[in-house]
Ligand binder design. Sequence first.
Ligand code: NAD
Ligand code: NAG
Ligand code: NAG
Ligand code: NAG
Length: 417
Amino acid sequence: MLTTSRSRNQPRAGRSWFFSGMDCSVSRRKPQLLVKIIMVVLLIAVCIFILKQTPGFSGTNVFAKHDFGVTHVLVTGGAGYIGSHATLRLLKDSYRVTIVDNLSRGNIGAVQILLKLFPEPGRLQFIFADLGDAKVVDRIFAQNAFDAVMHFAAVAYVGESTLEPLRYYHNITSNTLVILESMAKHGVKTLIYSSTCATYGEPEKMPITEKTPQFPINPYGKAKKMAEDMILDFSKTTDMAVMILRYFNVIGSDPEGRLGEAPRPELREQGRISGACFDAARGIIPGLKVKGADYHTRDGTCIRDYIDVTDLVDAHVKALDKARPKNVGIYNVGTGKGRSVKEFVEACKKATGVDIKVDYLERRPGDYAEVYSDPSKINKELNWTAEYTDLEQSLRIAWRWQKSHINGYDTSLNIPT
Ligand SMILES: NC(=O)c1ccc[n+]([C@@H]2O[C@H](COP(=O)([O-])OP(=O)(O)OC[C@H]3O[C@@H](n4cnc5c(N)ncnc54)[C@H](O)[C@@H]3O)[C@@H](O)[C@H]2O)c1
Ligand SMILES: *[C@@H]1O[C@H](CO)[C@@H](O)[C@H](O)[C@H]1NC(C)=O
Ligand SMILES: *[C@@H]1O[C@H](CO)[C@@H](O)[C@H](O)[C@H]1NC(C)=O
Ligand SMILES: *[C@@H]1O[C@H](CO)[C@@H](O)[C@H](O)[C@H]1NC(C)=O
């Protein structure tokens, strides 16, 4: 486990000073003994002072204690696409944030940008750790005074989940159990959980409300549904405050261009439609392959509900604000408007200015014709509405970041070791 905050060099410098101080404490000549002892004591005092200045030192670690008026949020998966955007918003709104991520899929580059934007002590710390390791997670909870948890960390590709189901049950369901156990043990009582419309499966009726029965049809949706069930069962026995947000298809990026979506190159194949459109526009792939143009929809292609990440993180902040002990809120987070794949591709062509080549192929098994949300519950109860509903504008913002980050985040600074 590694803790980073502010300059990465500081703790190191402090520690090596400490050791060099110990090295000179060997002495033989009696008359100078007292002087030497005083010198050593002084040196040690200086070392302790420097150590205390470094954020990792538990004695003065601001993250270790509750501060009146400051809400400290643990953001799991904060190096990932949605988690990094959520962290940016939380920090902007004066929350204190601890990111836990093992960088298996996220980007240290995103964390570095956030640390640079909020360098003041007590704002943001990054802990490199694997949520599958219950002992490590327990230690993180013991050493930090969290007020709430936003649990984003997961693996999140439907196709991959059918090929590697255990990876999904492990990294979604089982890791959520680890988080719940630590929350229970350490008295952290507010949880905002990232769920998905994939937990609904193929509902007969559109739009999808929170009362639509959940019959997930792939391991990803099932793993998320199981995690939801664990959270709900456990919450009945405690005074926890729980918000479960079921996102639809997330797109877009920070309008100020500080963050973007940068999945690992090896995950491109699994990728989501916006990534594929941008890759086609950049010429990384020859064109787009749209699977299925003979669905019973207005133009024959599938219909989905695309939610901009800026709106999505706004829903999280509102959910956190409205979370109350012994209360469970379950909300769809979508625009309520379905867009066809053809419409999406047209918007992408306009946003990128590239005449992307599109091939229409056979249907892909497991895709359903139409999925879109009814967001009236979250509108009413959390006073949340999607603002970024112009597909072309969302894609233009995301494209701007993609174009200036051909290789994703600049990782010249490398992963800390
Ligand atoms: N992107 C979407 O369209 C979408 C839709 C619905 C729900 N979701 C949910 O939103 C959440 C975030 O998704 P995202 O698109 O930002 O994914 P992402 O892959 O960009 O981010 C996930 C992050 O979790 C981290 N992580 C994974 N396993 C970990 C582990 N064992 N220990 C520590 N860190 C770990 C990864 O390193 C990564 O940084 C997920 O829970 C996902 O299921 C996403
Ligand atoms: C991340 O966690 C997984 C287990 O969930 C582990 O297999 C993998 O090696 C970890 N990656 C890193 C970089 O630590
Ligand atoms: C998820 O779990 C599997 C074990 O089933 C592990 O091998 C893998 O590294 C884990 N992490 C990720 C990010 O997939
Ligand atoms: C709801 O949100 C809008 C802005 O989005 C705000 O003007 C309004 O006052 C809010 N209403 C309540 C009841 O908080």
